[in-house]
Unconditional design. Structure first.
Length: 427
């Protein structure tokens, strides 16, 4: 019995009771969540279906779980079904059922787990999207493992999927990054609030090797060159780290392109940001107040309206978000998935409201997943970066397979602490 067959069985039993109780909404196999218990002594699979549906029957979740478990025990291939906690059901399969799954997998080969369920759907999955101002840290490592796994699952279901990395290469942070590298090149202290660590000094030496003239160039004249050179080198390091972690991106999308003029477009030499404002204005969701331009995102559930262009004419970061979202639509992606870090909770309503303002369905066309923090017992801070745990160090220490599996097996929205001793075991 494979997981899908078990989920169908659980759904069938639960649906029978719900239908008898005149409950209209009954679960399907696809809606039954099966998870591996943390303690394998608790069974092969665990489900919370009783917790989810007991209220509809006016039953105590544990009572409903006992009823479902008693019927599950009668199913062929189920060795035991035990109730735990407030209403979880821990299921152990017969040894023969587990062996049957192995035979099924071997017969199917690389086709196992594939289907055509999402054929005709076009997804854009954006993840990691780290600033190109330093090495990838442990949080980026989790987003990389989760995002790449999601891309593979969607493709296995028949969807057309593009994996995308959004490069935050515009704005003050890049200027500060370049100034930090140039200061190291010239032997000066870093600027206030600048980037520090051995990696900056090492990057400065690589920049200097490419452009020896920077050693005798004034700060103003050398800043642009140092910034661009350091940016390209650091971005290359990020790309190499991800490829070594077996994470490949189809598209590396530069934020700079949103700010650049689009010569030859129907709107003249406007930037993508300016064009996006025109498009949102045409939908009737842009208004002017106190000299600034706003998008009325509260019409679509956002907690406040968003400024898209300040009174001084400067575009906000939300303007780049809007242009980037619309570029995905223009490239033919009907469903856009964003996997963002724990500090991006505000983006959930913001991006869904943006979809609505653009005339799309916020519940269908965009999904925002927020990844929570991760820590690994025994992990050491990077010697190069000083205050982070680097992806490359983790990969060399724990191994790519163990690290990817451990980071991808738990829900993105759950804080995660991993045990390095378990990860490094070889059995």
């Amino acid at each position: 019995m494979d997981p899908r067959a078990l989920a169908d069985t659980v759904a069938r039993i639960a649906a029978r009771h719900l239908t008898a109780g005149a409950v209209e909404s009954v679960p399907t196999g696809a809606e039954v969540a099966l998870e591996r218990p943390r303690n394998r002594d608790h069974g092969d699979w665990s489900t919370s279906v009783a917790l989810k549906f007991a209220k509809a029957l006016n039953l105590n979740p544990r009572e409903f779980a006992e009823t479902l478990a008693s019927e599950l025990r009668l199913e062929e291939g189920v060795h035991s079904a035990e109730v735990a906690g407030p209403g979880f059901i821990n299921i152990t399969l017969d040894a023969g059922a587990a062996g049957e799954l192995v035979v099924t997998i071997l017969k199917a080969g690389s086709a196992y787990g594939t289907s055509a369920e999402l054929e005709g759907h076009s997804f854009n999955v954006e993840f990691v999207s780290a600033n190109p101002t330093g090495p990838l840290h442990i949080g980026h490592t989790r987003w990389a493992a989760l995002g790449d796994s999601l891309v593979r699952v969607l493709r296995a279901a028949g969807a057309s999927v593009t994996s995308e990395f959004y490069i935050n290469d515009a704005g003050a942070q890049m200027e500060l990054f370049g100034a930090s590298v140039l200061a190291s090149v010239l032997g000066n202290p870093p600027p206030e609030g600048g980037y520090q660590g051995e990696y900056i000094a090492a990057l400065a030496q690589r920049v200097l090797a490419q452009h020896p003239e920077l050693a005798s160039t004034s700060t103003d004249d050398g800043l642009a060159l140092a910034t661009e050179s350091a940016y390209q080198l650091q971005l290359g390091d990020i790309q190499e780290s991800l490829e070594s972690f077996r994470v490949h991106f189809d598209v590396w999308f530069s934020e700079r392109t949103l700010h650049a003029s689009q010569d030859g477009s129907s709107s003249g030499a406007q930037s993508a940001i300016e064009q996006s404002i025109e498009r949102l204005t045409a939908t009737g969701h842009v208004f002017e107040e106190d000299g600034a331009l706003w998008v009325r995102t509260t019409d679509f559930g956002d907690d406040k309206d968003r400024v898209i262009r300040r009174a001084n004419g400067v575009f906000t970061y939300f303007a780049a978000d809007a242009a980037y979202y619309l570029s995905k639509t223009d490239r033919g992606f009907t469903q856009k998935i964003y996997l963002l870090g724990a500090d991006h909770h505000g983006y959930v309503h913001r991006l869904k409201a943006l979809a609505g303002a653009a005339g799309e369905d916020p519940e269908f066309n965009v999904e925002v997943l927020i990844g929570q923090l991760v820590s690994i017992n025994g992990a050491k801070l990077s010697k190069r970066a000083g205050n982070i745990i680097e992806l490359d160090d983790l990969r060399e220490w724990l191994g790519t397979d163990a690290l990817r599996y451990s980071l991808a097996r738990y829900p993105a929205d759950s804080p995660l602490t991993l045990d390095s001793e378990i990860l490094t075991k070889r059995t």
